[in-house]
Design a binder for this molecule. Structure first.
Ligand SMILES: [Zn+2]
Length: 504
């Protein structure tokens, strides 16, 4: 069946190619251009028709709502990957050059370097099922769009949080690279998980807003509903072409509720470790308890994208914080309490060994200012926290250091493009176009039904406009091909298995 379709496409291409030569030979150049466009359009349509017949697409679908693209993926690893690459081909084609530009610009390394890291360092460490899924993404993408990206491009894309800001600085230090660029581990996100007497009805509430540069954040708008043959069902937000949530926010059908914020000024990498993006995906897919989750994240810990993981288990009502350094780590857990995150490490051993430059008492910096604000806000609302209140908290604009209500780099809903100070601890220069780019919330009841709510864009609803920003800040002109307006959508409910026409 698929072979027959391929044969038809091949013949079609041949016939149209001859037609093009004929048209080019006899008509003006503009006529030939038009004929060429028509031929290319017809070939693309034929390819897409052929690909849509692929049996690996069985059961998969996607739809857009509230600024998000929802994709339902199911089956064996290769099928899940193929569906991902096929359904999100336009989003991957859009996101790939944007991420690529960011990675090469920041590190001053070319793309073949990242492909080589992917092929030689990361690929051999991946479990076969994730190799198959990544291969499937490349194949699905190619089948739909004719993209030339191969599996190593996709693996490099999956490593976009861990290789540029963790591996490359480690490598530069090791190679004693002259004039190495100033690379710092990123400060991604504001988040909390609460339970017991802290929440309105005693159940777990978990909330997260994703902080990145706006170029990536504008594209971080996928809701993945994954029903794998192996492991638990997953509902998570994510990035086109990437197998982990990676910002991270997700729930699984056995009761795990997961999010994180990164550890500021983290340093370290273990070249013998397993890529973080695979461990994070595996943990969400296979963990049925906080202990399971911790075990999977520790297994092959490479130090990449080092996070404070905030976890909940709706079966027990217990929450936890796993501060996952490379040389040290610590796990706190409780059935009555709250853990917040805004990119600061708290365990003295982790701070000493893994974040030697971090100053926990400098309240002027973004991570510590937001820590102060989380403490105030959560204390103020103890016993009242629910999903609606969590949404408001993610949109909070109180700068605890300056003690005023103003959206900037110190507010839980971050707007660093409005901040003349930038965020030096992450090497974000003044007015860096980055901050909170979307938010997600759920609670135990919703998680039991595999539901969450998500808002695309700044959680406060403000819009970022690219054109006036670039006019005012020409130092970011290199982002111009990729930076666009970031509009906020409404808080939008999603659940596993919902169909395109479902109303909520
Ligand atoms: Zn805001």
């Amino acid at each position: 069946m698929a072979d027959a379709v391929r044969k038809v496409v091949a013949i079609l291409i041949l016939v149209l190619g001859i037609g093009l030569l004929w048209a080019a030979g006899r008509s003006s150049s503009s006529g030939a251009e038009a004929a060429k466009d028509e031929v290319e359009g017809t070939i693309a349509a034929a390819r897409e028709r052929a690909a849509s017949q692929d049996p690996r697409l069985k059961g998969a679908y996607s739809f857009e709502r509230g600024g998000w693209v929802y994709v339902h993926l199911e089956g064996e690893p290769e099928a899940i990957g193929f569906q991902h690459g096929y359904l999100l081909a336009p989003e991957i084609e859009d996101a790939f050059p944007a991420v690529q530009a960011g990675m090469t610009h920041a590190t001053r390394r070319d793309w073949p370097f990242f492909r080589q890291v992917a092929r030689e360092l990361l690929w051999p460490k991946l479990d076969p099922e994730y190799q198959q899924e990544l291969q499937g993404i490349a194949e699905g993408l190619n089948a739909r769009s004719g993209s030339a990206l191969d599996v190593y491009d996709i693996v490099a894309l999956n490593s976009f949080e861990e290789v540029p800001d963790y591996y490359v600085p480690w490598l530069n230090k090791r190679e004693k690279a002259a004039e190495a660029p100033n690379l710092k581990s990123p400060g991604n996100c504001s988040a909390f998980v609460a339970t017991g007497s802290w929440t309105k009805d005693g159940q777990i509430v978990i909330a997260h807003n994703n902080w990145t540069n706006y170029v990536n954040g504008e594209r971080w708008r996928i809701i993945f509903d994954i029903q794998p043959t192996h492991g638990y069902r997953i509902l998570m937000d994510g990035f086109p072409g990437v197998i982990a949530s990676d910002d991270d926010f997700g729930i699984n059908s056995d009761g795990l509720m997961v999010t994180e914020t990164t550890i500021t000024q983290f340093e370290g990498w273990d070249p013998d470790g397993t890529p973080e993006f695979m461990r994070a995906r595996k943990a969400l897919q296979y963990a049925s308890s906080i202990d399971d989750y911790t075990r999977i994240m520790l297994d092959g810990n490479n130090g990449g994208y080092a996070n404070d993981w905030l976890l909940g288990d709706r079966k027990t009502g217990e929450i936890a914080q796993l501060e996952l350094g490379l040389k040290a780590y610590k796990l706190w857990r409780t059935k009555d309490g709250v853990f917040a995150g805004s990119n600061w490490a708290r365990d003295p051993k982790v701070i000493k060994l893994d974040t030697p430059e971090f100053q926990p008492n400098n309240l002027e910096t973004s991570p510590n200012a937001r820590r102060v604000r989380w403490d105030e806000l959560l204390e103020e609302n103890k016993g009242k926290i629910d999903v609606a209140l969590a949404q408001q908290m993610l949109a909070d604009h109180v700068d605890s250091f300056e003690k005023k209500d103003t959206a900037d780099e110190r507010t839980l809903c971050g707007h660093v493009d409005a901040a003349p100070r930038g965020v030096a601890v992450w090497a974000w220069q003044p007015f860096y176009p980055g901050g909170a780019v979307q938010g997600k919330v759920t609670d135990s009841t919703m998680a039991r039904e595999m539901r969450l709510v998500a808002r695309a864009g700044h959680p406060c609803g403000d819009e970022f406009q690219a054109k006036p920003f670039l006019a005012a800040h020409p130092e970011f002109a290199w982002q111009e091909p990729y930076l666009r307006d970031m509009k906020a959508g409404p808080w939008t409910p999603f659940r596993s298995g919902e169909k395109p026409l479902a109303t909520n």
